[in-house]
Write a protein that binds this ligand. Structure first.
Ligand SMILES: *[C@@H]1O[C@H](CO)[C@@H](O)[C@H](O)[C@H]1NC(C)=O
Ligand SMILES: *[C@@H]1O[C@H](CO)[C@@H](O)[C@H](O)[C@H]1NC(C)=O
Ligand SMILES: *[C@@H]1O[C@H](CO)[C@@H](O)[C@H](O)[C@H]1NC(C)=O
Ligand SMILES: *[C@@H]1O[C@H](CO)[C@@H](O)[C@H](O)[C@H]1NC(C)=O
Length: 737
């Protein structure tokens, strides 16, 4: 309201006095916009009208932004200073810009953020600082940015993130730190970022193989799988206020140093003992619907044995409600008969009467609904019809392992709050149109291991938010495209272990699942992919391993513009022709082709792929000669095991390449006979080969340097101001490394 009022008053002002416009600029007095781009300005023009809301100064030459640079224009909401050669932002430079929403400082030469660089920007929502030279952020630099949603610091030269540096960002949603030189994060580097849903840390030097990005925003009900957190130095891990339903016992197996784990305010009913962290001191389960029955025993025993302190309390059964977990004795944790783990048939269990003694939570017969009613299960109880009468607030409904055979229309009409629905192993062969109708909140649907051969086009009608769909282990004959058109937000689709034989027609994905990001088709019978069938601007992960492809589906991928991870293992692709990966070469990071039957690869088979490719697996292919791998300077993982390589002087580029990489690659000669069985690196013959003159010198020097990023770092080190940060880094490395 205030804003509108202001606009009206300001508009009135315009009518009264003609707005002024600086000489070099163009001004739009109705939109209150001033543009002075590309004018080689060395300072902010003085004559910008006070009432301006958008000021575009990109491509100028300002070097330094002094204190109070924008004191004349207090109504700005958008300020663009991209590519202005700015080296210094003096403390208080933006003071007076209390209405600014968006500040763009990208592509400048800023190397340091001072404690008060952003003072006064109390309404700022978005701050772009990518492509600068920032090596140091003083603690407190962001304390005034209490409503900032997105902070972009990618493509800078940060080596280390000290404790509490992001203090004050009370509303931050996405923090982007990609493409820096980070090799260490202080234990409390991200402390206080309670609203963060997305953290981008890719392209750094952290010990974070593969999983470098924790994308919680697409994952409101996240499951933490095996090795989900792979951070060797991590000590404090905050996973609170998410929607975790399940955490694998191996989730932290690659995070051995974690001492404090906070999973408070999730949807966890129990947790298995975590393998990996040996020094865990504190496990915070506050605010989870933890049910204190026999399922929790293992965790309790493990916590006692390893002196892990458990925070949080039981939500049920009723006689234990609100009891602190820490006070639970192992023997208190029991199951009623039938509910139980197998060994749980104790005689002394008798006093606990079935459901009757519990508070009256509405619940269908032969099901369990927990006390706060958000979780209901009828798993494996022999139901032949979907039970009715669950509490309306149920969020997780577990019906797996029953015998429904058929799901009629409106099967879930009264459980409109369910987010996650388990229907695995229910012998379902038909889903009637509208079966899930009314499930407005459904995000996760598990239909794995049923008997579906096809899907009604309206099978998912009425569940418009469906995001994760599991259809693996059915007998689907076709990609269920028409049914998917009902669920436009679909993000991950599992179709492993079906009998889909073709991906067609052209335009398949964009017309049926335009937002799909991950598609799993492992173990089907796919022989053909129609041209452009996988057309998508979002698809990043595609598994078509264990199928019957006879060629790389290059044409099928010709419009898959964001593919990152392609698994083609276990097919029958004898020949990989030139430019086979050209359409996806710009984005591809992982290419897996184990035991794919490859007998020959064109020397241009990998053409187009470059430094972006990080993993390449070719294990177990009967191919003797590999294409030149030297352009793939970003590789971190290569598997060349069980390939019968030819080892004569024609292959010396491979030999030299193997000598230049700084990770383990096992490659063995199979021919000529005198080299058979030798590791390529040890083949002496290559030393006597004449160095071929064709090797492009630029590429060579790149691959020879131990790590591409090293040189960048050295450069950064030699710059002024480096010494201080480095010494901190070193001492931290000692402490935590
Ligand atoms: C921009 O300004 C600087 C100094 O004011 C001057 O040296 C330079 O030649 C100018 N560049 C152009 C392209 O006008
Ligand atoms: C556990 O989590 C709750 C809620 O997030 C928080 O208030 C509490 O301080 C945490 N306790 C510990 C010991 O971390
Ligand atoms: C592939 O799927 C079939 C069923 O479609 C199954 O029997 C087989 O075990 C699966 N193979 C693997 C290796 O998972
Ligand atoms: C890719 O496919 C191969 C063969 O089916 C499989 O062994 C491998 O696990 C897959 N890769 C990943 C990352 O799952």
């Amino acid at each position: 309201m205030k804003f509108f009022a202001a606009v009206i008053i300001l508009s009135a002002l315009i009518l009264v006095k003609a707005a002024k416009c600086p000489r070099m600029c163009s001004c739009d007095n109705t939109k209150l916009t001033v543009t002075c781009a590309g004018k080689n300005l060395t300072k902010v023009p003085a004559a910008v009208d006070e009432i301006t809301v958008k000021l575009n100064l990109r491509n100028n030459n300002m070097k330094s932004l002094p204190k109070g640079s924008f004191i004349q224009t207090p109504y700005l909401t958008h300020l663009n200073l991209q590519s202005c050669n700015i080296e210094h932002v003096k403390e208080g430079a933006f003071r007076s810009l209390g209405r600014l929403l968006n500040l763009n400082l990208a592509y400048n030469k800023i190397d340091m953020l001072y404690q008060e660089s952003f003072d006064g920007l109390s309404a700022l929502k978005e701050l772009n600082l990518h492509h600068n030279r920032i090596e140091e952020i003083q603690p407190g630099a962001f304390t005034q940015l209490g409503v900032l949603n997105m902070l972009t610091l990618s493509h800078n030269q940060l080596v280390y993130i000290p404790n509490m540096v992001f203090q004050g960002l009370h509303n931050i949603k996405w923090l982007r730190l990609s493409h820096n030189l980070l090799n260490n994060l202080a234990p409390e580097a991200f402390a206080g970022l309670f609203t963060l849903t997305r953290l981008s840390l890719d392209h750094n030097e952290l010990q974070l193989p593969e999983v470098t990005r924790l994308d919680m925003n697409h994952n409101p009900m996240m499951y933490l799988g095996d090795e989900a957190v792979s951070m060797v130095k991590l000590t404090h891990l905050y996973l609170d206020h998410m929607s975790l339903q399940d955490v694998s016992d191996q989730a932290l197996s690659k995070a051995p140093r974690v001492s404090h784990l906070d999973v408070s305010y999730n949807q966890l009913h129990y947790l298995e003992p975590l393998s990996g962290p040996k020094e865990l001191i504190s496990l915070n389960l506050t605010g989870n619907p933890v049910y204190c029955n026999c399922f929790l025993r293992q965790l309790r025993q493990w916590a006692q044995k390893n002196t892990v302190k458990l925070f949080g309390s039981c939500t049920g059964p009723s006689h234990l409600a609100d009891e602190p977990l820490e006070k639970m004795k192992v023997l208190d944790l029991r199951c009623r008969r039938g509910e139980s783990l197998k060994e749980e048939n104790e005689k002394d269990d008798a006093p606990t009467q079935p459901t009757k003694t519990e508070p009256k939570v509405q619940c269908p017969d032969n099901c369990d609904c927990n006390v706060d009613g958000q979780h209901a299960t009828c798993e494996g109880r022999g139901h032949t019809k979907v039970p009715k009468g669950f509490p309306a607030i149920t969020q997780l409904l577990d019906l797996r392992n029953n015998h429904f055979h058929y799901l009629p229309v409106n099967s879930f009409k009264t459980v409109g709050s369910v987010i996650s629905l388990h229907l695995e192993l229910c012998k379902i062969h038909e889903i009637e149109s509208g079966a899930f109708s009314g499930m407005k909140k459904l995000l996760y649907l598990y239909l794995s291991d049923n008997d579906l051969t096809s899907l009604d086009p309206e099978a998912f009608k009425g569940a418009p938010e469906l995001t994760y769909l599991h259809l693996e282990g059915n007998r689907l004959l076709e990609f269920p495209g028409t049914a998917l058109a009902q669920v436009p937000h679909l993000f991950v689709l599992h179709l492993e272990r079906n009998v889909i034989s073709k991906l067609e027609p052209s335009g398949l994905l964009s017309s049926t699942a335009p937002n799909l990001r991950e598609l799993y088709l492992t173990n089907n019978t796919i022989t053909a992919v129609a041209k452009d069938a996988l057309d998508s601007e979002l698809l990043a992960v595609l598994y078509v391993d264990m199928n019957q492809l006879k060629e790389v589906p290059t044409r099928g991928l010709s419009k898959t513009s964001q593919l990152e991870d392609l698994n083609l293992s276990h097919n029958s692709i004898k020949w990989v022709g030139p430019n086979a990966f050209q359409p996806v070469s710009r984005t591809l990071k992982k290419l897996k082709m184990d035991e794919t039957g490859i007998e020959k690869m064109s020397s241009d088979a990998l053409t187009g792929l470059g430094p972006g490719l990080r993993a390449l697996t070719l294990r177990g292919n009967p191919v003797e000669v590999l294409p030149d791998l030297r352009p793939l300077t970003g590789l971190e993982l290569v598997d060349l095991n069980d390939i019968p390589l030819l080892c004569d002087c024609t292959q010396q580029t491979l030999y030299r390449w193997l000598g230049s990489v700084n990770f383990e690659v096992t490659a063995t000669c199979a021919s000529p006979p005198e080299q058979k069985g030798q590791k390529i690196r040890e083949v002496l013959l290559f030393k006597s080969c004449r160095e071929s003159s064709e090797s492009p010198p630029t590429l060579k020097s790149k691959t020879v340097s131990p790590k591409p990023s090293k040189t960048k770092k050295d450069k950064a080190r030699s710059q002024k101001g480096r010494a201080k940060t480095i010494s901190t880094t070193k001492s931290k490395v000692k402490l935590y490394g």
